[in-house]
Write a protein that binds this ligand. Structure first.
Ligand code: GUN
Length: 283
Protein backbone atom coordinates (compact mmCIF):
# COMPACT_ATOMS: atom_id res chain seq x y z
CA UNK A 1 0.00 0.00 0.00
CA UNK A 2 1.29 3.47 -0.82
CA UNK A 3 2.43 5.65 2.07
CA UNK A 4 0.13 8.28 3.54
CA UNK A 5 1.50 11.68 2.55
CA UNK A 6 2.03 14.00 5.52
CA UNK A 7 0.64 17.39 4.58
CA UNK A 8 3.10 19.94 5.96
CA UNK A 9 1.49 22.70 3.96
CA UNK A 10 -1.88 22.27 5.68
CA UNK A 11 -0.33 21.86 9.14
CA UNK A 12 1.85 24.93 8.63
CA UNK A 13 -1.25 26.93 7.68
CA UNK A 14 -2.81 25.89 11.02
CA UNK A 15 0.32 26.98 12.92
CA UNK A 16 0.37 30.32 11.08
CA UNK A 17 -3.31 30.83 11.91
CA UNK A 18 -2.55 30.17 15.60
CA UNK A 19 0.35 32.60 15.50
CA UNK A 20 -1.84 35.26 13.86
CA UNK A 21 -4.35 34.93 16.72
CA UNK A 22 -1.53 35.20 19.29
CA UNK A 23 -0.07 38.30 17.62
CA UNK A 24 -3.49 39.93 17.53
CA UNK A 25 -4.04 39.10 21.20
CA UNK A 26 -0.73 40.71 22.22
CA UNK A 27 -2.04 44.03 20.99
CA UNK A 28 1.52 45.24 20.45
CA UNK A 29 3.90 45.11 17.51
CA UNK A 30 6.01 41.99 17.05
CA UNK A 31 9.12 42.33 14.88
CA UNK A 32 11.48 39.95 13.10
CA UNK A 33 14.71 41.16 11.49
CA UNK A 34 16.20 39.07 8.70
CA UNK A 35 19.79 39.49 7.57
CA UNK A 36 20.82 38.19 4.17
CA UNK A 37 24.40 38.62 2.98
CA UNK A 38 25.05 38.19 -0.73
CA UNK A 39 22.91 37.15 -3.65
CA UNK A 40 22.45 33.39 -3.26
CA UNK A 41 19.15 32.88 -5.12
CA UNK A 42 17.90 30.03 -2.89
CA UNK A 43 18.57 32.05 0.28
CA UNK A 44 16.82 35.06 -1.25
CA UNK A 45 13.74 32.93 -1.93
CA UNK A 46 13.72 31.55 1.64
CA UNK A 47 13.99 35.04 3.11
CA UNK A 48 11.24 36.34 0.85
CA UNK A 49 8.96 33.51 1.99
CA UNK A 50 9.70 34.35 5.61
CA UNK A 51 8.72 37.95 4.96
CA UNK A 52 5.50 36.92 3.23
CA UNK A 53 4.64 34.67 6.18
CA UNK A 54 5.36 37.51 8.64
CA UNK A 55 3.01 39.75 6.73
CA UNK A 56 0.29 37.10 6.78
CA UNK A 57 0.36 36.75 10.58
CA UNK A 58 0.88 40.42 11.44
CA UNK A 59 4.58 40.30 12.36
CA UNK A 60 6.60 43.26 11.16
CA UNK A 61 9.60 42.12 9.10
CA UNK A 62 12.75 44.24 8.96
CA UNK A 63 14.74 43.37 5.85
CA UNK A 64 18.53 43.75 5.87
CA UNK A 65 20.08 42.66 2.60
CA UNK A 66 23.82 43.31 2.52
CA UNK A 67 26.26 42.91 -0.38
CA UNK A 68 28.35 39.72 -0.57
CA UNK A 69 31.53 41.66 0.18
CA UNK A 70 30.21 42.99 3.52
CA UNK A 71 32.93 42.63 6.17
CA UNK A 72 32.43 40.51 9.26
CA UNK A 73 32.88 43.65 11.38
CA UNK A 74 30.07 45.42 9.55
CA UNK A 75 27.80 42.41 9.90
CA UNK A 76 28.58 42.17 13.62
CA UNK A 77 27.82 45.89 13.97
CA UNK A 78 24.41 45.35 12.34
CA UNK A 79 23.65 42.43 14.66
CA UNK A 80 24.60 44.63 17.65
CA UNK A 81 22.20 47.33 16.42
CA UNK A 82 19.40 44.77 16.02
CA UNK A 83 20.12 43.39 19.50
CA UNK A 84 19.58 46.90 20.88
CA UNK A 85 16.50 47.71 18.78
CA UNK A 86 13.34 47.25 20.86
CA UNK A 87 11.18 46.93 17.73
CA UNK A 88 13.10 43.77 16.83
CA UNK A 89 12.02 40.74 18.87
CA UNK A 90 13.76 38.11 16.74
CA UNK A 91 16.92 38.13 14.64
CA UNK A 92 17.52 35.67 11.82
CA UNK A 93 20.83 35.64 9.98
CA UNK A 94 20.25 33.57 6.86
CA UNK A 95 22.83 30.82 6.34
CA UNK A 96 25.12 30.10 4.64
CA UNK A 97 27.20 33.27 5.02
CA UNK A 98 29.98 34.11 2.55
CA UNK A 99 33.25 32.23 3.19
CA UNK A 100 35.13 35.25 4.52
CA UNK A 101 32.72 35.56 7.46
CA UNK A 102 33.02 33.35 10.54
CA UNK A 103 29.49 31.98 10.85
CA UNK A 104 29.96 30.88 14.46
CA UNK A 105 31.12 34.33 15.53
CA UNK A 106 28.06 35.94 13.95
CA UNK A 107 25.62 33.45 15.45
CA UNK A 108 27.18 33.94 18.89
CA UNK A 109 26.69 37.69 18.53
CA UNK A 110 22.88 37.36 18.37
CA UNK A 111 21.34 38.10 21.76
CA UNK A 112 20.09 34.77 23.19
CA UNK A 113 16.74 36.45 23.98
CA UNK A 114 16.29 37.20 20.26
CA UNK A 115 17.75 33.94 18.91
CA UNK A 116 14.61 32.78 17.08
CA UNK A 117 16.66 30.40 14.90
CA UNK A 118 17.97 28.62 18.00
CA UNK A 119 21.49 28.61 16.57
CA UNK A 120 23.26 30.39 19.46
CA UNK A 121 25.38 27.98 21.55
CA UNK A 122 23.26 28.92 24.59
CA UNK A 123 20.07 27.78 22.84
CA UNK A 124 21.77 24.64 21.52
CA UNK A 125 23.12 23.86 25.01
CA UNK A 126 19.71 24.33 26.57
CA UNK A 127 18.20 21.96 24.03
CA UNK A 128 20.91 19.43 24.85
CA UNK A 129 20.12 19.79 28.57
CA UNK A 130 16.40 19.41 27.96
CA UNK A 131 15.48 22.96 28.98
CA UNK A 132 14.79 24.41 25.55
CA UNK A 133 14.28 28.05 24.85
CA UNK A 134 14.42 28.54 21.10
CA UNK A 135 14.40 25.26 19.20
CA UNK A 136 15.54 25.45 15.57
CA UNK A 137 12.50 25.65 13.33
CA UNK A 138 13.18 22.76 10.97
CA UNK A 139 13.63 19.99 13.55
CA UNK A 140 10.73 21.50 15.50
CA UNK A 141 8.67 21.11 12.36
CA UNK A 142 9.66 17.46 12.14
CA UNK A 143 8.38 16.82 15.67
CA UNK A 144 5.15 18.76 15.00
CA UNK A 145 4.47 16.63 11.93
CA UNK A 146 5.04 13.42 13.90
CA UNK A 147 2.66 14.65 16.60
CA UNK A 148 -0.01 15.73 14.12
CA UNK A 149 -0.02 12.28 12.53
CA UNK A 150 -0.01 10.50 15.93
CA UNK A 151 3.28 8.77 15.22
CA UNK A 152 4.39 7.08 18.46
CA UNK A 153 7.86 8.30 19.39
CA UNK A 154 8.46 6.88 22.88
CA UNK A 155 10.31 3.59 22.51
CA UNK A 156 10.52 3.90 18.72
CA UNK A 157 13.85 3.58 16.97
CA UNK A 158 14.46 6.93 15.27
CA UNK A 159 17.31 7.09 12.78
CA UNK A 160 18.52 10.55 11.76
CA UNK A 161 20.68 10.65 8.67
CA UNK A 162 22.76 13.83 8.75
CA UNK A 163 24.46 15.59 11.65
CA UNK A 164 24.20 19.29 10.84
CA UNK A 165 23.87 21.79 13.67
CA UNK A 166 20.72 23.17 12.01
CA UNK A 167 18.77 19.95 11.53
CA UNK A 168 20.37 16.58 12.28
CA UNK A 169 21.73 17.20 15.77
CA UNK A 170 18.74 19.16 17.14
CA UNK A 171 16.30 16.67 15.56
CA UNK A 172 18.11 13.83 17.31
CA UNK A 173 17.93 15.66 20.65
CA UNK A 174 14.23 16.39 20.28
CA UNK A 175 13.52 12.75 19.43
CA UNK A 176 15.60 11.65 22.40
CA UNK A 177 13.65 14.00 24.66
CA UNK A 178 10.48 12.40 23.35
CA UNK A 179 11.94 9.05 24.48
CA UNK A 180 12.90 7.58 21.13
CA UNK A 181 15.95 5.38 20.85
CA UNK A 182 18.03 7.52 18.53
CA UNK A 183 20.76 6.65 16.07
CA UNK A 184 22.56 9.40 14.17
CA UNK A 185 24.13 8.40 10.85
CA UNK A 186 26.51 10.45 8.71
CA UNK A 187 28.92 10.27 5.82
CA UNK A 188 31.28 7.92 7.67
CA UNK A 189 28.57 5.50 8.85
CA UNK A 190 29.25 1.92 7.78
CA UNK A 191 26.41 0.01 6.11
CA UNK A 192 23.92 2.85 6.30
CA UNK A 193 21.12 0.72 4.83
CA UNK A 194 21.42 -1.87 7.62
CA UNK A 195 20.77 0.88 10.17
CA UNK A 196 18.06 2.78 8.30
CA UNK A 197 16.16 -0.49 7.80
CA UNK A 198 15.78 -0.68 11.60
CA UNK A 199 14.12 2.73 11.78
CA UNK A 200 10.52 3.14 12.86
CA UNK A 201 11.07 6.85 12.20
CA UNK A 202 13.63 7.79 9.55
CA UNK A 203 14.68 11.44 9.22
CA UNK A 204 16.69 12.24 6.10
CA UNK A 205 18.63 15.48 6.48
CA UNK A 206 21.63 15.11 4.22
CA UNK A 207 21.05 17.60 1.42
CA UNK A 208 21.57 15.17 -1.46
CA UNK A 209 18.89 13.69 -3.74
CA UNK A 210 17.85 10.04 -3.36
CA UNK A 211 20.17 9.20 -0.45
CA UNK A 212 17.35 7.08 0.96
CA UNK A 213 16.13 4.42 -1.45
CA UNK A 214 13.34 1.86 -1.15
CA UNK A 215 15.62 -0.94 0.02
CA UNK A 216 16.74 1.21 2.97
CA UNK A 217 13.27 1.57 4.51
CA UNK A 218 11.42 -0.82 6.80
CA UNK A 219 7.89 -1.49 5.52
CA UNK A 220 5.44 0.80 7.31
CA UNK A 221 8.12 3.18 8.66
CA UNK A 222 7.54 6.93 8.96
CA UNK A 223 9.93 8.75 6.66
CA UNK A 224 10.58 12.47 7.11
CA UNK A 225 12.38 14.07 4.20
CA UNK A 226 14.09 17.30 5.21
CA UNK A 227 16.02 17.68 1.95
CA UNK A 228 15.44 20.59 -0.41
CA UNK A 229 17.67 19.92 -3.41
CA UNK A 230 17.51 22.00 -6.56
CA UNK A 231 18.00 19.79 -9.61
CA UNK A 232 17.48 20.23 -13.35
CA UNK A 233 14.08 18.59 -12.94
CA UNK A 234 13.01 20.83 -10.06
CA UNK A 235 13.14 20.63 -6.26
CA UNK A 236 13.57 17.13 -4.83
CA UNK A 237 14.18 15.78 -1.34
CA UNK A 238 16.76 13.37 0.04
CA UNK A 239 14.33 10.46 -0.29
CA UNK A 240 13.75 8.62 -3.53
CA UNK A 241 10.06 8.91 -4.48
CA UNK A 242 9.92 5.10 -4.81
CA UNK A 243 10.02 4.95 -0.98
CA UNK A 244 6.30 5.80 -1.04
CA UNK A 245 5.70 2.15 -1.96
CA UNK A 246 7.13 0.87 1.37
CA UNK A 247 6.79 3.66 3.94
CA UNK A 248 3.70 3.99 6.11
CA UNK A 249 3.89 7.79 6.28
CA UNK A 250 6.05 10.06 4.16
CA UNK A 251 6.56 13.81 3.88
CA UNK A 252 6.49 15.21 0.35
CA UNK A 253 9.03 17.66 -1.09
CA UNK A 254 7.92 20.34 -1.55
CA UNK A 255 5.01 20.69 0.88
CA UNK A 256 6.33 18.65 3.83
CA UNK A 257 8.90 19.97 6.28
CA UNK A 258 9.65 23.18 4.33
CA UNK A 259 6.43 25.07 5.15
CA UNK A 260 6.69 23.94 8.78
CA UNK A 261 10.10 25.59 9.10
CA UNK A 262 8.68 29.00 8.31
CA UNK A 263 5.61 28.57 10.51
CA UNK A 264 7.72 27.58 13.52
CA UNK A 265 10.05 30.52 13.00
CA UNK A 266 6.98 32.73 13.41
CA UNK A 267 6.01 30.87 16.57
CA UNK A 268 9.53 31.38 17.93
CA UNK A 269 9.23 35.10 17.20
CA UNK A 270 6.10 35.36 19.35
CA UNK A 271 7.94 33.36 22.03
CA UNK A 272 10.76 35.92 21.83
CA UNK A 273 8.26 38.75 22.32
CA UNK A 274 6.91 36.99 25.41
CA UNK A 275 10.40 36.46 26.86
CA UNK A 276 11.28 40.09 26.31
CA UNK A 277 8.01 41.31 27.82
CA UNK A 278 8.53 39.09 30.87
CA UNK A 279 5.33 37.19 30.06
CA UNK A 280 7.38 33.97 29.82
CA UNK A 281 10.36 33.18 32.03
CA UNK A 282 13.57 32.86 30.03
CA UNK A 283 15.32 29.74 31.34
N1 GUN B 1 19.65 28.24 5.99
C1 GUN B 1 19.02 27.06 5.77
N2 GUN B 1 18.09 26.84 6.72
C2 GUN B 1 18.13 27.91 7.54
C3 GUN B 1 17.39 28.25 8.71
O1 GUN B 1 16.52 27.53 9.20
N3 GUN B 1 17.72 29.45 9.28
C4 GUN B 1 18.70 30.24 8.77
N4 GUN B 1 18.97 31.37 9.41
N5 GUN B 1 19.40 29.95 7.71
C5 GUN B 1 19.11 28.78 7.09
Amino acid sequence: MAATVMDGKALAACVRAEVAVQVEALGAPVGLATVLVGGDPASAIYVRRKHEACQEVGIEAFDHHLPAETSEADLLALVARLNADSRVNGILVQLPLPDHIDEGRVLRAVAPLKDVDGFHPQSAGQLYLGEPTFVPATPSGVLELLAAYDVPIAGAHAVVVGRSAIVGKPAAHLLLQANATVTICHSRTRDLAAITRQADILVAAVGRPAVITTDMVKPGATVIDVGINRTETGIVGDVDPGVAAVAGLLTPVPGGVGPMTIALLLRNTVRAWNYQAGALAFP
